[in-house]
Write a protein that binds this ligand. Structure first.
Ligand code: FES
Length: 101
């Protein structure tokens, strides 16, 4: 059975920016891309560097470790097709954002 956990309200995350949240000891980056919200892991699937130190440009979050980019809307990595950034299922209810595990 999936569980829904409150993360934040949408206004907590500026447009075209992201914030890091910790939910049940799981680090989740929430990105606001043109008013759509996406949740991804904070840990780079390449060598595990935290992604919350890197810049978000458009839909791409760049890892500060080795510069790989990750599409936060799909998890795809254009710099290494074998890598995929884990994503989280977000639920939006009004202004509230929840994650469903
Ligand atoms: S650890 Fe992220 S690109 Fe290498």
């Amino acid at each position: 059975m999936s569980e829904k956990t409150f993360i934040c309200v949408t206004s907590d995350i500026p447009l075209n920016d992201y914030k890091l949240f910790s939910v049940d000891v799981i680090d989740i980056i929430i990105c606001n891309i043109k008013g759509q919200f996406y949740g991804v892991s904070n840990f780079c699937p390449h060598k595990g560097v935290v992604l919350s130190r890197g810049p978000l440009q458009g839909k791409y979050l760049t890892c500060s470790g080795h510069g790989y980019r990750f599409d936060v809307t799909s998890g795809e990595c254009p710099d290494d097709k074998d890598l995929e950034l884990p994503r989280f299922n977000l639920i939006r209810e009004g202004d509230a954002l929840y994650v469903s595990f």
